[in-house]
Design a protein around this ligand. Structure first.
Ligand code: SF4
Ligand code: SF4
Ligand code: SF4
Length: 258
């Protein structure tokens, strides 16, 4: 996957908070408008929704008696080690494309919502159809050789799309402070930050919850082992002792009636 893996470099120092990326995503993916209210901030909407795959988080900071903003594009990270895929019990509901995209198929989603608790970034949302919803990295555009809608719309090239390894190398050459290079086997969305990740609302060391490992790597395999162990024991009984006889059963019933 390494050579073909596509991804984003989001250079937060270039973002001007215009939200063209939000609008372009809605337009390309035919996502309905969300009803919002003015809450005294330019940040709008205040959270991702089933109809909003990416949004700009406005982080206000005091700056010598004035206010400055950090802008952070929030979206699915297309993790190399994706907790959502690890925990999903429905094959094909969440899957990886050859470009490294973590895509989803609503028809195969069984609405269990396990992926929500397994995501280190709190990304998956559920719509009125109760099916998973998140950034699909414009898989249809990428497969057709086009850049994702958000990257194409960004007027400052804050969102750059391409070969992930090349984007990381470019950011390093420019001495940027990179987030996501190797976390979770490398995020598909790598950020160039001006400050600490926590200032942008990003976890410093993103990780999949331990309970997910226990379920996936210990409890589930033990359950499967137990199931096949029972099947094996039944087969062994059948081969060595043979099937239970009808006469035996009838005799037993008669004895119990007496
Ligand atoms: S950010 Fe969350 S939803 Fe996206 S791939 Fe990673 S674990 Fe899955
Ligand atoms: S890659 Fe496509 S689906 Fe994902 S946020 Fe950008 S425009 Fe939306
Ligand atoms: S389009 Fe580019 S500059 Fe505008 S808000 Fe999105 S990332 Fe920032």
């Amino acid at each position: 996957m390494a050579e073909t893996r596509k991804g984003f470099l989001i250079d937060t120092t270039r973002c001007i908070g215009c939200r063209s990326c939000q609008v372009a995503c809605k337009q390309w993916n035919k996502l309905e408008a969300d009803k919002t209210a003015n809450q005294g901030s330019f940040e709008n909407p205040r959270d991702l929704t089933p109809n909003l795959y990416n949004r700009i988080r406005f982080v206000e900071q005091a700056d010598s008696g004035s206010v400055k903003w950090l802008f952070m594009n929030e979206r699915c990270m297309h993790c190399g080690d994706a907790g959502c895929m690890k925990v999903c019990p429905s094959p094909g509901a969440l899957y990886r494309t050859k470009e490294g995209i973590v895509a989803f198929n609503r028809e195969k989603c069984i609405s269990c919502k396990y992926c929500v608790s397994a995501c280190p970034f709190n990304i998956p949302r559920y719509g009125t159809d109760d099916k998973v919803s998140k950034c699909n990295l414009c898989g249809d555009r990428v497969a057709g050789g086009m850049p994702p809608a958000c990257a194409k719309a960004c007027p400052t090239q804050s969102i750059q799309f391409g070969n992930r390894a090349e984007l990381v190398a470019r950011a390093k050459a420019a001495k940027k402070s990179i987030y996501g290079e190797s976390d979770l086997m490398g995020l598909g969305v790598v950020y160039a930050l001006e400050g600490k990740p926590e200032e942008y609302g990003l976890p410093a060391k993103p990780s999949i919850p331990v309970s997910i490992f226990l379920w996936k790597d210990v409890i589930k395999p033990l359950g499967i082992l137990g199931f096949w162990g029972s099947v094996g024991a039944m087969l062994l009984h059948y081969v060595t002792i043979g099937p239970k006889k009808l006469d035996d059963e009838t005799n037993n019933k008669e004895e119990s009636h007496e």
